[in-house]
Design a protein around this ligand. Structure first.
Ligand code: M6R
Length: 603
């Protein structure tokens, strides 16, 4: 949460910072600001609101922001409401800083500052960092003042600081991401590479407790022991276009339209026509160990958790071992029972989600073999696990996750077939079927788009929805309900259809439509049709997703028939579209829904 950027080079920093902030806006968008060093001064403009509001404030303020060294921030408020005063950068006469994370001991540090007659002017935890550096600057060089301040911090942080009297940017990282982009005569800083792909494909990924000093001619990095360390640059080739809207009105609809390609990219490079899957190296875990695994624990949050739920029966079917799927924020504080032959899998689009990351750390501490399924290259979760299978979905910008979800499914299905093969199962037919999925997804997108848009028009004024499904369609119903909540702010409950009679049926009336997700596959179909009759008997409206028409539905979204195990890839698409078009009719900010941020890096 929160996005930070920085630039030091020969060009004017302002536009580079604003571009970077726009690209990072999905990380937080309640306030924003920049600080730029000009000659021997630091000038700061900040405001409540989005980057466009910051641009207006910059024009109105007529501040001199012509320097070539600067930092910027887009905020998702944790401590202190989203006001201009609480917006970053936080600064004194001598130093200005931006921060992503939470300083857990900020109250203690406030007391330390007070005992030195220094008082805060904002409600944030972050301001203490600027004030501490400033306090130490009275006696120490900027470098030492920075080091002394960082030493006092407890919590998570990615910090960038600029100084009135130094042509340098200083960085500190712990648990929040921070990447340095390299180009001849210029150094870029950002929370993640999406802000920098326009400028470079060479990046240094800082590690926890790293500190970096950047000048025009040098980058010096100190590790957790404050010893000089070399962090090798890595090349990440994400295309510039993939992070642009490319003619679409929103990233979300662009990303739904890209789903078939995302799945194709994810599987094609790893599967051959003969049904072989090449993920040994990425998994990075001995095959003999994989043959003997006796339990798999999957941990994730939000949409990634639902991908885990979809994969559970598939993995169980092919590996023959029990698969336990847990929510990160619950798992990390639980007392799970592990054995030596357990495999732990963390799923995360961003690779940064705090609860998933900490669960992974916990599993590693318990000595488990760990695997991650991640979209963002070189992110913390990708690097922490013994192996990582990347989803090759490209940058996902919209806060509502879509193409990452289906790509996670693709990896999980590949993994199930791969492990199945190791355990002696013949999975050739399934692999051949998986290869056909991208074109079927594209067909589903094209065939359902118009119908779903019309239905969204018809239903967008309802305030409550129920989403029901059985078997593999249960997590798909949960995901459909989550999408609707996130971007339309309409209350939606996802439930296993069979549970309806145990409570949710009390919600049914003419004002609570039900989205019933049911391929024509027994035993699920008949049972779900019975649920539909029960809903009708209580005057409930029914939107049915199925490959079979039925008179009990008020409205149908027809999906082509497909093998049961692959239905999740197709059925989720109209649900994502439904949420998208409802939010569109309601006039919401679809890519940046209120209160949310794309990467939840705090607990
Ligand atoms: O980056 P992650 O996959 O770890 O994120 C997990 C959730 O925060 C995320 O899926 C969230 O639920 C999305 N906004 C859903 O659309």
């Amino acid at each position: 949460m929160c996005g930070i950027v920085g630039y030091l080079g020969n060009e004017k920093a302002l536009n580079i910072l604003l571009n970077g902030l726009s690209a990072l806006e999905y990380r937080g968008y309640d306030s924003a600001g920049v600080s730029i060093k000009t000659d021997n001064n630091i000038h700061t403009v900040k405001t409540k609101g989005k980057i466009v509001d910051l641009m207006s404030s910059i024009i109105e303020s007529k501040t001199d922001l012509n320097g070539t060294i600067g930092i910027g921030h887009t905020r998702w408020a944790t401590h202190g409401s989203p006001t201009t005063n609480n917006a970053h950068p936080h600064f004194t006469d001598r130093v200005s800083i931006v921060h992503n994370g939470i300083i857990e001991n900020y109250r203690e540090l406030e007391e330390l500052l007070k005992s030195n007659n220094i008082t805060k002017k904002t409600d944030t935890d972050t301001e203490v960092i600027a004030l501490l550096i400033d306090m130490f600057l009275k006696e120490k060089s900027p470098k030492d003042a920075f080091l002394s301040a960082i030493e006092l911090l407890k919590g998570s942080y990615a910090i960038a600081a600029i100084f009135k009297d130094e042509d340098t940017i200083m960085l500190a990282k712990n648990e929040s991401p921070l990447v340095i982009g390299l180009k001849e005569n210029a150094t870029y800083i950002a929370s993640d590479i999406s802000a920098l792909i326009e400028y470079t494909d060479r990046f240094i990924f800082l590690e926890d407790k790293d500190i970096a000093f950047i000048t025009k001619n040098s980058i010096e990095i100190l590790d957790k022991n404050q010893e000089k360390v070399e962090r090798k640059p890595k090349t990440v080739a994400w295309s510039k276009e993939s992070a642009q809207k490319g003619g679409f009105k929103h990233f979300m609809i662009k990303e739904i339209a890209e789903e078939s390609e995302a799945v194709r990219n994810t599987i094609q490079s790893r599967i051959d026509e003969k049904g072989n899957i090449y993920i040994d190296e990425e998994i990075g875990i001995d095959k003999q160990f994989l043959k003997n695994i006796d339990k798999i624990t999957i941990v994730a949050c939000g949409t990634s958790y639902y991908a885990g739920l979809v994969a559970k029966p598939i993995l169980e079917q092919y590996t023959g071992v029990f698969v336990n799927v847990e929510i990160g924020s619950e798992f990390r504080y639980s007392s799970p029972i592990f054995s030596n032959n357990n495999l732990f899998i963390a799923i995360s689009q961003s690779g940064e989600t705090a609860d998933t990351k900490e669960s992974l750390r916990f599993a590693k501490e318990k000595g488990l073999k760990t695997l991650s399924i991640v979209n963002v290259k070189e992110s913390a979760i990708a690097r922490m696990a013994d192996g990582c299978i990347y989803t090759l979905a490209g940058p996902e910008i919209s806060v509502a996750s879509t193409k990452a979800f289906v790509s996670q499914l693709a990896v999980l299905y590949m993994l199930a077939f791969y492990l199945g093969k190791i355990k002696g199962k013949n999975t050739k037919n399934q692999i051949t079927e998986l290869l056909k999925i991208p074109s079927k997804m594209q067909e589903t997108f094209e065939n359902s788009n118009k119908t779903v848009k019309d239905l969204a028009k018809k239903y967008h004024q309802y305030n409550n929805f129920l989403y029901l499904g059985r078997g593999l369609m249960h997590p798909i119903a949960l995901e459909g309900a989550l999408k609707l909540k996130e971007i339309s702010y309409i209350h939606a409950e996802g439930y296993p259809a069979g549970e309806m009679k145990h409570g949710p049926i009390a919600l049914i009336d003419e004002n609570t439509p039900t989205v019933l997700v049911t391929p024509n596959i027994e035993p699920f179909y008949s049972k779900t049709i019975s649920n539909a009759e029960e809903i009708k008997a209580r005057n409930g409206k029914i939107i049915m997703l199925s490959d079979k028409d039925t008179a009990v539905a008020d409205d149908m979204i027809k999906i082509s028939a497909i093998d049961y195990e692959f239905t999740p890839f197709l059925y989720v698409i109209p649900l994502q579209l439904f949420a998208y078009y409802i939010a569109l009719y309601l006039g919401h900010d679809i890519d940046q829904p209120r209160n949310l941020a794309k990467s939840v890096t705090v607990e």
